[in-house]
Write a protein that binds this ligand. Structure first.
Ligand code: ADP
Length: 187
């Protein structure tokens, strides 16, 4: 399975991604996690992206596409993968299509976890309050990340929808409820 999981910040994407990847025995590729790890390690990439992450902006397409290309070339991705946080812009979605085409492969499932906007800010705020440890979980940065989502990532969802490749899953309810909806569309 080659899955893309899409959804706004606060949709519960990360939680669902971890469960879904484990259940299907495929690597969970979270570009946000990869970047946060680079920042923690103090690598060249980490130094380059820290300020961008803290502002709630997006890292450049060029950097992200190169990062993903390298990650997808690893052996563990041969049986499949789950992408969480990529593609986040239209150029990234197009680059992903090209990358897979070179490998004569296709995405098997593009899943959107849909949550109404008003619910999202509340969720992000409570995640920040409960101490996620993420420096981008303040109210101010959270609303910035939502704004960036509507501007740059919503077009990615539209791109897959127009190509009739999008599976929309209702993201309201408990973690288990959402997980079982996703499970249902995969089987
Ligand atoms: P969330 O789970 O809140 O949606 P992520 O953990 O996926 O956030 O990403 C955190 C931050 O990492 C983003 O706000 C952005 O700065 C950066 N980032 C992650 N993936 C990408 C990407 N594909 N393109 C550009 N920036 C990215």
């Amino acid at each position: 399975m080659r899955i893309v999981l899409l959804g706004p910040p606060g949709a519960g994407k990360g939680t669902q991604a971890v469960m879904l990847a484990a259940a299907n025995k495929i690597p969970h590729i979270s570009t946000g996690e990869m970047l946060r790890q680079a920042v923690q390690e103090g690598s060249a990439l980490g130094k380059q992206v820290k300020a961008v992450l803290d502002r709630g902006d997006l890292v450049s397409d060029e950097v992200m596409i190169a990062l993903l290309r390298e990650r997808m070339s690893k052996q563990d991705c041969a049986p499949g993968f789950l992408l969480d946080g990529f593609p986040r812009t239209l150029p990234q979605a197009q680059a992903l299509d090209r990358m897979l085409k070179e490998l004569s492969k296709e995405l098997t499932h593009v899943i959107e976890i849909a949550v109404p906007e008003r619910v999202l800010i509340d969720r992000i705020k409570s995640r920040g309050a409960s101490g996620s440890g993420r420096s981008d979980d303040t109210e101010e940065v959270a609303s910035k990340r939502l704004k960036v989502f509507w501007e740059l990532t919503a077009p990615v969802i539209a791109y897959y929808r127009e190509a009739k490749r999008l599976i929309e899953v209702d993201g309201l309810g408990t973690i288990e409820e959402v997980a079982s909806r996703i499970h249902a569309v995969l089987s």
